[in-house]
Design a protein around this ligand. Structure first.
Ligand SMILES: CC(=O)CC(=O)SCCNC(=O)CCNC(=O)[C@H](O)C(C)(C)COP(=O)(O)OP(=O)(O)OC[C@H]1O[C@@H](n2cnc3c(N)ncnc32)[C@H](O)[C@@H]1OP(=O)(O)O
Length: 390
């Protein structure tokens, strides 16, 4: 007679979960950061807000970003001129548009991950989807499952409004699912589209301009599974997921907030965020690495940090006294795409594996960190298995 303990043991994977494949995608339209303030004030017909334009120019110049992609381009905006006025009730139209665009962009990223994985989409057993750009049920996860032709038995989870920590949380859930369900293959998909949060500036609201200067659109996907198949269709682990934690910095509920309003999604990010992270991440790192019995110096590790903003990367680099180039993967993703909220951290892993394949990062052990409302810090210790072999 089977016992619950025996069933449990048989259903657990033997090995650790690993990232087996990665894919990313962006909309076609993009803006160069140097031209962005001119573009933004022209399309939102608010050239008369000269002080705000100057401020946006200053933010763009210091952002460490060169280019950002956006689904909501000038043509689409022309068809929805009311989007530029955040006092108008445009939420319904935005959600309608996002409910098609968010899963479509996620599908482009997921198809690339599935192609690299080299197994059929029908082998996916679980889906974890993260987005801040939703507002409807059934949600983007169901639409994505149908676009990809996943099985009806796929177990779906949607993370909504987790913001920039969504990618970190989705990967952590995927790790738990893969390790607790023998043979599970989890598709993680994050798709973030700024069309919910794009609107003209408001006089006297200097903070309304900040989000327009750093956020961009992108989707990322990863396949996560334990005990890689080594015969027939061979699976190649990229990063083994050794340990994961979530920490909330007490008393910081109001530092990063998002709220759906009739005129779109309101973002507030306080200027204290980089400093608060600087003051709190070291404890998370020590706790995560102590648990493993690993005590390397910070420069011995590789770093996949969510590039929430240039100042956040500067503060992390300074705190940990990291050598030049240690945050190169995060800085490159920030430069090429801006802050794509929850989708960004998987872009950083993708960039990291390319750097490892080229021999530009040789560390075997590393840390992935993502930050979001809460303030929430997602930390995951990774073991890389994708280095260039001489
Ligand atoms: C949404 C989520 O869930 C999670 C997230 O990722 S939230 C986003 C996290 N990102 C951040 O917190 C951004 C971190 N900040 C930065 O990278 C930098 O401050 C920056 C690129 C925005 C500006 O660079 P800087 O070196 O700090 O230049 P600095 O001269 O101090 O600031 C430029 C202007 O930006 C303004 N600014 C900076 N942070 C701001 C913020 N959070 N809100 C509004 N304005 C801000 C400054 O007040 C300053 O305005 P003035 O020029 O009018 O004085």
């Amino acid at each position: 007679m089977a016992t619950v303990q025996k069933i449990r043991r048989e259903h657990r994977a033997d090995g650790p979960a690993a990232v087996l494949a990665i894919g990313t995608a962006n909309p076609e339209s993009f803006q160069l950061q140097d031209d962005y303030a001119d573009y933004y004030f022209r399309v939102t017909k608010s050239e008369h807000h000269a002080d705000l334009k100057d401020k946006l120019k200053r933010i763009c110049k210091k952002s460490g970003i060169e280019k950002r992609y956006a689904h909501l381009d000038e043509e689409l905006l022309g068809a929805h001129p009311d989007f530029i006025d955040r006092t108008l009730p445009t939420l319904d139209a935005r959600i309608e548009m996002a409910s098609a665009a968010v899963p479509a962009l996620a599908a482009s990223a997921a198809e690339k991950a599935i192609a690299e994985w080299n197994r059929p989409a029908s082998d996916i057993t679980h889906l974890v989807f993260s987005t801040y750009s939703g507002g409807k049920a059934p949600s983007a996860d169901l639409r994505l499952a149908s676009l990809l032709g996943l099985r009806p038995t796929v177990s779906r989870t949607i993370l909504s409004l987790n913001g920039c920590s969504g990618g970190g949380k989705a990967l952590q859930l995927a790790k738990e699912l893969a390790e607790n369900n023998r043979g599970a293959r989890v598709l993680v998909a994050c798709s973030e589209i700024t069309l919910l949060a794009f609107y003209g500036s408001l006089e006297g609201r200097l903070d309304t301009i900040f989000g327009q200067g750093i956020f961009g659109d992108g989707a990322s996907a990863a396949i996560v599974g334990a005990d890689p198949v080594v015969v027939g269709t061979i699976e190649r682990p990229l990063f083994e997921m050794a340990f994961a934690t979530q920490t909330t910095i007490p008393g910081t509920e109001d530092e990063i907030t998002m709220q759906l309003t009739k005129g779109g999604l309101d973002f507030h990010v306080s200027t204290r965020v980089p400093k608060l992270l600087k003051n709190n991440i070291e404890r998370c790192l020590i706790d995560a690495l102590e648990f493993l019995g690993v005590s390397p110096t910070w420069n011995d590790l590789f770093w996949a940090i969510h590039p929430g903003g240039r100042a956040i990367l500067d503060h992390v680099e300074d705190l940990l006294a990291l050598d030049d180039g240690k945050l190169a993967a995060s800085r490159r993703v920030l430069s090429e795409f801006g802050n794509m909220s929850g989708a960004t951290v998987i872009f950083v892993l993708d960039e990291m594996r390319r750097r490892m394949a080229r021999g530009e990062e040789v560390a075997e052990w590393g840390v992935m960190m993502a930050f979001g409302p809460g303030i929430t810090i997602e930390t995951m210790v990774l073991h890389a298995t994708c280095h260039h072999e001489n």
